[in-house]
Design a protein around this ligand. Structure first.
Ligand SMILES: [Zn+2]
Length: 57
């Protein structure tokens, strides 16, 4: 599965079992990205807010 980093525009490869609202890191700029949406095998990524809270959803 692929997505695009909204910070540096790099193509980010995600594990197949990635789910919506998971947090991943861009391998290029190391930004934390949240998986906003998954459709047709493509992930929409958003920059994750910088909070040290539990994303247990
Ligand atoms: Zn990036």
């Amino acid at each position: 599965m692929k997505g695009t980093c909204t910070v540096c525009d790099a193509s980010v490869t995600l594990p197949k079992d990635t789910e919506e609202s998971e947090i991943i890191s861009c391998s290029d700029c190391k930004s934390r990205l949240v998986v906003q949406k998954i459709s047709n095998g493509k992930a929409t990524l958003e920059k994750a807010p910088v909070v040290e809270e539990d994303w247990g959803q």
